[in-house]
Design a protein around this ligand. Sequence first.
Ligand code: SER
Length: 318
Amino acid sequence: MDKILIIGASGQIGSDLTIALREIFGNENVFATDIKQPPQDVLESGPFQILDVMNENALNDFVVKNKITQIYHLAAVLSGNAEKLPSKAWEINMKSLLSILNLAKEVGVKKIFWPSSIAVFGNTTPKIRTPQLTYTEPNTVYGISKLAGERWCEYYYNKYNIDVRSIRYPGLISYKTEAGGGTTDYAVEIFYEAIKFHKYECFLKEDTVLPMMFMPDAIEGTIKLMEADSNKLTIRSSYNMAAISFSPKEIAEEIKKHINDFTITYNPDFRQNIAESWPQSIDDSVARKDWDWQHKYSLPDMVQIMLNEISKKLGKNY
Ligand code: SER
């Protein structure tokens, strides 16, 4: 039986992915770790330990002691936060990936998952249906670290046969854990503010279209990629993966269908430039072909579920 380590289990992806993996591999085989406490269900359904991925010795000991065979390394400083602390973000995002790749090489971890992002693209990238292989000239610290990370993943696959798999996630929208410090986070924050105050001030302009995805699709896709036959995978840097695209104005219109008096105002900050350097939609035909990726949730589906779940969580009707 595989023994799986999740690094960043308290974060936006980790808190949902841990539960999904525990359902497949058994609670006791999925080891959740983070530097902060996870949501209650992660804590109660299986092993959790505080572990700092930057502490290489502690990480090595943990992997050896628990006979870990798969690692999901989800810890990272996101785009907005990384611009405030460039050197620190570079160090955290890069050093942690390299120490996991080296660890895999030394102790023989079977599979690694590492998330990349649409942030690897930049101003010179075609913005509509951005191809798998295209110009990648990111101009954010986060994007530079993700692009370098992709190159390292492919390098370790080619040179040391480490089975690393990766996805360039679009903006991820979920209700369990709030996202922290990203440019696409407005599309999560908007639901909390809509339910609490019936209004939201957005940090992007109204017509800024970005590629997005509802978390259940992201989780299903991630597990599907990790379960795919290794011989079918033609990309060892990171796969484009797409679902829906929308602007702040479009998501606000959809929310208004449920909360009639909801209003949105716009006060763009430094994240507007980041958003404008990213694609509006993604061509993910290679993922669809190699490992049968397909998304399920539309914008209206997602809005309905987000409103219901967040209002339950806040104990407040909308
Ligand atoms: N959602 C991330 C961010 O905005 C992009 O990967 O930083």
